[in-house]
Design a protein around this ligand. Structure first.
Ligand code: NAD
Length: 485
């Protein structure tokens, strides 16, 4: 697939289904070819943020009364748009956030599945809840919340956007979406197409970073902030939200442990563990970020991991030969390289493996060879932090009690995984893990899991859940009516 031709996309704000230009545009560069400008994105002023919220607020007054059938009709059309646009827009996604084209394409598929699951869950979610006895009658009804601010990170922008838009719309809310400045284009193009299916103002899109986000957080007509991103920004949002006592829904970072038991088939699980750890070059909130290996298997596990990682071909996301892509932005690149340096200066052993596909373009992108770390202290930074990049530490353990304690000794609690050939043993350990989600012999939702697992974390990995019927409940308020006979 050619990476040579560059089409610069100009992205405007979207308010009331109108393109709105601004005086300030920010360039988007290809993380795999920094000399290429691939987009220019309008940056909102605070006044434009206010206009977007007002548009959503006015639209809410009528959209809240739309029927479930009308909303489901829109969702079926969103699913079709995602399928129709996938081939072309996956290129745009790879161009702006750097990931492999196959990963971008898969993201459209995931987004379409999120819509399908929302459709299915919404039907049962809105079943009436009515209780009655001789004295009285009670109805527990579900109302939309109002204007939702949807704030999105760059790492998987399409699916993370749709996971907010579909449930928010089907429950009768209106939205102001703020994509990340590090991958604003693909989602803006899709959101414009989705907005066109709806009355003006139901979906609005603004662009910018902290200042724009903060204006959105503080607006009195925003009733809820649904944020996916890092814990530091979540703390700012919570403070901003306090003044008008807004509800917040946070999907935050993780430091997911993988616990390997001594009864596994290593040839089977090593590719699966690495597939999770290095998906999107390690930039996934629920990627495996530390692997606990029994002392008896440690050396052979390490060797197999290194053999596998050495096969990666690191190159541009649109190069068909690439199996490993660059990281997204300069901040990521600098942070990860500094972390690698600190690990090299410690007692742990770090190796960087894989092949540089296009050495002459290497310094023209945020390329980092994947790294494996062994002989690491369980309390060392690379084990306790969310590295969010292509480095995987292997920690040795002796007993089940010890490994459970190490897995839980963190402020994070998003995902986790247990690897075993014995389901009962895996389940027993899974139930001791402090996390929003535990996968046994996998890392990521199965088809059934995608429909029914509430996605999210405990401790500082989040507040609330996305997906499933439980995720729909983030977008409603309960209205209870009690008739005294
Ligand atoms: P980030 O927190 O830096 O930014 C996320 C979004 O917040 C961006 O759109 C940014 O412009 C916006 N923002 C910045 N300052 C703001 C403010 N004051 N008010 C409102 N919005 C503001 O995160 P990132 O670097 O884009 O993404 C990486 C992080 O996201 C990682 O920690 C990762 O684990 C997490 N993440 C979590 C999930 C999940 O579902 N749990 C999914 C993907 C990513």
């Amino acid at each position: 697939m050619s990476t040579q031709e560059v089409q610069v996309k100009e992205i405007q704000l979207l308010i009331n289904n109108q393109d709105v230009s601004t005086e300030n545009y920010v360039e988007v560069r290809d993380p795999g070819r920094l000399s290429d400008v691939v987009g220019k994105v309008a940056q909102a002023t605070v006044e434009q943020v206010n206009q977007a919220v007002e548009a959503a607020y006015i639209a809410f007054q009528s959209w809240r009364h739309s029927t479930l059938e009308e909303r489901l009709e829109v969702l079926y059309k969103i699913e079709k748009i995602l399928k129709d646009e996938a081939q072309e827009l996956a290129r745009t996604l790879s161009r702006e956030n750097g990931v492999l084209y196959s990963t971008s394409l898969g993201e459209f598929d995931m987004a379409a599945r999120a819509v399908q699951a929302t459709i299915k869950n919404a039907k049962s979610f809105f079943e009436p809840v009515i209780k009655e006895d001789g004295d009285s009658w009670v109805s527990v009804e579900k109302r939309p919340v109002g204007v939702i601010a949807g704030i999105i990170p760059w790492n998987a922008p399409m699916v993370l956007t749709i996971q907010k838009v579909a449930p928010a719309i089907v429950t009768g809310n209106t939205l102001v979406m703020k994509p990340s400045p590090n991958s604003p284009m693909g989602v803006s193009i899709i959101l414009k197409k989705i907005a066109a299916l709806l009355p003006p103002g139901v979906i609005n899109v603004i662009h910018g970073d902290a200042e724009v986000g903060s204006a959105l957080n503080k607006h009195q007509h925003v009733r809820k902030i649904s944020f996916t991103g890092g814990g530091q920004i979540a703390k700012y949002i919570m403070k901003d939200a306090a003044d008008s006592l807004k509800s917040v829904h946070f999907e935050l970072g993780g430091n997911d442990p993988a616990i390997v038991l001594d009864d596994v088939d290593l040839d089977d699980i090593v590719p699966k563990i690495l597939g999770s750890a290095f998906r999107r070059s390690g930039q996934v909130c629920f990627a495996i970020k530390r692997v606990y290996v029994p002392e008896s298997l440690y050396d052979v596990f390490y060797d197999k991991v290194c053999q596998f990682v050495d096969q990666y071909k690191v190159g541009h996301g649109l190069d068909e030969r690439s199996t490993f892509a660059p990281v997204n932005n300069k901040n990521q690149y600098d942070q990860i390289n500094k972390l690698i340096e600190r690990i090299r200066n410690s007692n742990a052993k770090l190796v960087q493996l894989g092949e540089k596909l296009d050495p002459e373009n290497w310094d023209n992108g945020y390329y980092i060879l994947p790294a494996v770390v062994r002989d690491v202290d369980p309390n060392q930074e690379i084990v306790t932090c969310e590295q969010f990049g292509p480095i995987i530490p292997l920690v040795s353990y002796r007993t089940e009690e010890e490994v459970v304690k190490m897995a839980n000794d963190t402020e994070y609690g998003l995902g986790s995984s247990i690897w075993t050939s014995n389901f009962d043993r895996g389940l027993r350990i899974a139930r001791k893990i402090e996390a929003g989600m535990t996968f046994i012999n996998g890392s990521g939702q199965s088809h059934l899991g995608y429909e029914h697992m509430p996605f999210g974390g405990v401790k500082q990995s989040g507040i609330g859940r996305e997906n499933s019927e439980i995720g729909l409940a983030e977008f409603i308020e309960y209205h209870a009516i009690n008739y005294h006979k």
